[in-house]
Design a protein around this ligand. Structure first.
Ligand code: ZN
Length: 313
């Protein structure tokens, strides 16, 4: 991706604080009459080129206010999301759902502090944000060469501990738990009327998932369950809007990853020794999941430990 640094004018003053102004081409992609995806074009981790905006958001325009799912990697990105929502509706964001505790999915919350009434997340995520929230701000500032700037922390305040049906602004929604598939306490949103799944990072459509905080076996089973919902559309945490085919392909990828690592464990190989073989076994997936080898190098030790633990159960 070409360098977009020139588009950023850093440090625009707000009363009492300075946040990085985010000026990256962001648009609301209509996926139904009142549901929109905001899809980042990057498939990289946060860096200076993408300004730290590396994760997707989605929003639902209800009869009385907007529900936002995930709010980006900084207060500045949250403000850009707010402006993008304003191109579609004058209604304020009254509810936010944070899918999980990784900073690219909630650090934009503070951009909505004057209108948001409830911010939903699981108790595990609320606890993790309380513990590690500030570290995410520093981490993204380092990764982006300071482009994400400072962020205020506006933590979720509505714990969700089980599948929960809500009616927000007359819109029926279901908040679903993943059982820690991608990371502890992931939350997903299901729109039963429209059969749209807003999955957070339980689904990556066209970028290799990060598996280093998750439970791969649980994840494979969860993708099976999600397929059974027969979603018409899936808005993933990373990658383009997809449909059930995106769930099926990710299910095949993670199943193959488990199977080949399991075979290596059976032979007594270490994670390091089996890396070339795992990479080769996943060759056919690489065109669909850029960054597969990089993520594999980073995450294989984590997957290895899970497979090994399962083998000795
Ligand atoms: Zn993410």
């Amino acid at each position: 991706m070409k360098r977009l640094l020139a588009l950023f004018s850093i440090l625009t003053a707000l009363p009492g604080a300075a946040y990085a102004e985010f000026d990256y081409p962001m648009r609301a992609q209509a996926v139904s009459k009142n549901v929109y995806a905001i899809i980042t074009p990057t498939r990289e981790l946060p860096n200076a080129d993408n300004g730290g905006w590396n994760s997707n958001s989605a929003f639902i325009v209800t009869g009385s206010g907007v529900l936002l799912f995930d709010s980006g990697s900084s207060t500045g990105i949250g403000r850009a999301i707010r402006e993008t929502i304003a191109t579609v509706t004058p209604q304020p964001v009254r509810w936010i759902v944070n899918s999980h505790a990784h900073g690219d999915h909630w650090l934009g919350n503070a951009a909505f502090d004057d209108s948001v009434e409830q911010i939903f997340a699981t108790a595990e995520v609320i606890e993790e944000i309380g513990r590690d929230g500030a570290e995410w701000i520093d981490r993204f500032a380092r990764m982006t060469g300071g482009v994400t700037g400072d962020s205020a922390i506006l933590a979720p305040d509505r714990p969700v501990d089980r599948e929960t049906e809500l009616s927000l602004g007359g819109e029926p929604i279901v908040l679903m738990l993943s059982g820690g598939s991608h990371s502890p306490g992931d939350l997903m949103l299901w729109l039963p009327r429209e059969k749209i799944l807003i999955s957070g990072d339980v689904v990556y459509s066209d970028r290799m998932p990060s598996t280093n905080a998750g439970d791969l076996k649980q994840w494979i089973g969860m993708l099976d369950q999600l397929k059974r919902l027969q979603p018409r559309l899936v808005i993933p945490g990373h990658g383009a809007v997809t449909d059930i085919s995106g769930l099926e392909r990710l299910h095949r990828l993670l199943t193959e990853l488990w199977t080949v690592v399991e075979a290596g464990v059976d032979e007594g190989l270490s994670d390091f020794e089996m890396l070339p073989r795992v990479s080769a076994a996943l060759e056919s997936f690489k065109p669909f999941y850029p960054g597969l080898d990089d993520k594999l190098r980073r995450d294989l030790s984590h997957v290895f430990l899970q497979v090994e633990a399962a083998a000795f159960q």
